[in-house]
Write a new protein. Structure first.
Length: 95
């Protein structure tokens, strides 16, 4: 459905859009953080096969993440990765 309904409850969505069975604004998928994160996860699994470790995910982040597509917490983790902080520690104290 996409960001037009993110964090909204079902009655609000139905009142404005009816029953949704499609993405409301497909042109925004490239900049949507959820779609972009899903793509990063998928690329990591494809590259690694069945088993992907946190270090593998961090490598995909370093290579593929477009910083401006994410909220400050993910941007902060990305910045820490680029500074050499171990990936398992990059999520601490983000919020």
């Amino acid at each position: 459905m996409g960001s037009p309904v993110e964090d909204r409850d079902y009655p609000w969505i139905v009142e404005r859009f009816g029953v949704l069975d499609r993405i409301l604004n497909p042109g925004r998928l490239e900049s949507e953080d959820d779609a972009a994160m899903t793509r990063i996860w998928a690329e990591t699994y494809i590259r690694c096969g069945e088993r992907a470790r946190v270090e593998d995910m961090a490598e995909t982040f370093r290579q593929k993440l477009v910083r401006s597509n994410y909220y400050y917490d993910t941007q902060h983790s990305y910045d820490l990765l680029l500074q050499g902080i171990p990936p398992h520690a990059c999520g601490h104290w983000n919020i």
